[in-house]
Design a protein around this ligand. Structure first.
Ligand code: ARG
Length: 276
């Protein structure tokens, strides 16, 4: 018998795509010849924000900065666990300045957060995921394209949680969050083909009950999802994955984010979870 899991209230940070365009190519999904419909992008983003609020979650917003078109992908700006924020340090010059905007957001709330500035290149929740109930609190971390493996050790020192390094091997899945997602506080869904053979073994050992996605799910940006433990907000194109998640007892909530896909992102990329 499948038991429907309980949702947990979440607090998210998002940044409106006011200055969103595809004017450089830093991942295989981006194509500067494909125009972005700015109005539609805003509408889709707002629909996502309203979906989270409709599910009872709190959504904070970060002021968009002109000249930083990828700032809508708020997941990349930092990674927080139990009131400690490990800051981001972007791989590409085009996104470098986003880190300071995120840092300012946390530092304006000095009572709640302790900010740890990074020395190593890392792209926040793009490459870090946290599972509070797995092994007493486990961080999963991706490397291979953006985040340096050295940042995993730095994050472990900053956050005081074990960090498991997973190697990404396919440039389409250049961040961990397009290949793997936390479904609840202890379990994950992932696409094995995005990881090295050794990392696939590690994932099988740690998460024997994981939901497995296939290549079509991954290409539809299905893994780039945000779950509250019960409701799984995911890209509407990922219909097969939605069915798999239903069968596992979760409640899929599809959203349309086609314009954001042009930048190489979907649901999770647009959201940083704040864990005070
Ligand atoms: N255009 C952005 C980049 O390539 C997309 C970032 C997507 N964010 C994510 N968390 N996967 O950096």
């Amino acid at each position: 018998m499948i038991v429907t899991p309980e949702p947990r209230h979440r607090t998210y940070l998002m940044c409106a795509p006011e200055h969103y365009v595809v004017e450089y190519e830093i991942n295989p999904w981006m194509n500067t010849d494909t125009p972005v419909d700015a109005e539609l992008a805003l509408k889709q983003w707002d629909g996502l924000r309203e979906t989270f609020m409709g599910l009872g979650h709190t959504v904070h917003t970060l002021a968009p900065v002109a000249g930083l078109p990828d700032m809508v992908f708020a997941a990349n700006g930092a990674f927080s666990v139990d009131g400690v924020v490990y800051g981001a340090r972007f791989r590409y010059a085009q996104r470098t300045a986003e880190a300071a905007a995120h840092r300012a957001f946390y530092e304006a709330r000095p009572v709640d957060w302790r900010f740890v500035a990074p020395k190593e290149t890392n792209e926040g929740e793009g490459d870090f995921a946290y599972l509070p109930d797995a092994y007493g609190g486990l961080v999963l971390a991706g490397y291979g394209f953006r985040t340096e493996a050295a940042a995993h050790a730095e994050a472990q020192e900053a956050l005081g949680r074990p960090v498991v390094s997973l190697r990404l091997v396919d440039p389409h899945y250049y961040h961990l969050d397009v290949a793997l997602a936390a479904l609840d506080d202890a379990n994950v869904v992932y696409y094995p083909g995005a990881f090295s053979t050794a990392s696939q073994r590690v994932l099988r050992q740690l998460f024997p009950d994981a939901v497995l996605a296939d290549e079509a799910d991954a290409l539809a940006f299905g893994l780039n999802l945000v779950s509250d433990g019960r409701h799984v907000v995911l890209n509407s194109e990922a219909t097969a994955l939605a069915a798999r998640l239903s069968a596992a007892g979760y409640v899929p909530v599809p959203v349309e984010l086609g314009e954001l896909k042009k930048g190489g992102g979907s649901v999770k990329c647009c959201v940083a979870e704040l864990r005070p």
